[in-house]
Design a protein around this ligand. Sequence first.
Ligand code: PMP
Length: 431
Amino acid sequence: TTDWSIEATAKRRDTYYAASQKKFVPFAAPMVFKRGSMQYLWDPEGRKYIDLLGMNVCISVGHSHPRVVAAAMAQAQELTHCTTMFYHPTPAHLAEELAATMPKGHDWVVHFTNSGAEAIDLAMTMARTFTGNLDLLALRTAYHGPTAAAQSVTGISSWRHPGMPGNVAFVAEPNQYRGIFGENAGAAPYLDEIERVIATSTTGQLAGILVESVQGYGGVIEMPPGYMSGAAERVRAAGGLYIADEVQSGFGRTGDHMWGFQADNLVPDIVVMAKGIGNGFPLGAVVARKEIAAPMAEKFMFHTYGANPTNCAAGRAVLQVIREENTQENAREVGAALLGHLHDLKAKYPVIGDVRGRGLMLAIEMVKDRKTKEPDRDVTAAVFEECRKQGLILSKSGAYQSCLRMVPPMCLTREDVVDVAEGLERAFSAL
Ligand code: PMP
């Protein structure tokens, strides 16, 4: 039998988890969840929470969604694993279905991985192989994952460790609230900045640029209109490719589109996805234009669990749910309702400096002073803890940990939004 007490698990974690893993507990006290269903979580005592974090954006269509669980379990019972050297139909179907979600007029191909970071790694290698160039551009406040290669393009210092490979130059994130060119500066100065960085900090010959269509850990930083397409144009002029990281922003989360890059009418060269694709099952993918993936035939890459049929069965069910249960539309409508409440809160509480996002990818940013915009990490942590007492699981994010990010399962309802708004109101008024 399993001992569900926090004390028992804490003791084992303290003793047997490596420091690198055990320390990532961004709460005042540890939490344990025993059960999840759709947008809700329950602790062992039966207390219910609304999961506005989506268990780190992984839960796209709902915790333990019955259709996803049934599909994965049926596959696991028949054949749990089958490496890609054997021809299993399930991953092949999922590849076809993912390709169909990409912009028309191109041939798209898929390489399955087990995680987002592996997919980022592969996308970087693919871009370097195709172009023959090494230099990549990445954005400040970007997060792309924990592998060495993914860290080399991650622009938040608390996530960066020693010994990262090089050949990466960082450009300023086009943050419309506190970016280096001031409030609502639009895309233009940031595109000039890309040109400057290419000219001054690279060889001038690029492998590509990586852009989260909406930065997640960065604190829900949306790309202003024209930024993604303008960045692609400038990077392509230097011989490089445009790599869209859709790990957080994909699968309809932004409400208006299946993929975040579609907000800018852009055709990327490579798209990286993970998290929401598996609704909790470990699955990632690189989707690339066929000609761009082609040169890697000479030195193929083999991820042992990549294209695992159990995870891919879950992935197929996720796509089916998104198509049949109005997931994207719900993200748009319910997200708009939640955003409205966040704006009401901002009108009432001066500590809220900014409210932003689209669909069910939203954030509020806390400041000590609206004029100086000095980030308020302490208030953010306090609101976060108050919300937790109110039964709301949020996420602290941003380079200064001054943002509360909301990326719930996309089945969140309007009734939940009322509960969330009331919980936030109580949390802010308690301070
Ligand atoms: N890209 C983005 C935008 C992410 O948010 C993450 C994970 N938080 C990753 C890549 C890496 O994904 P994984 O944790 O599955 O390696």
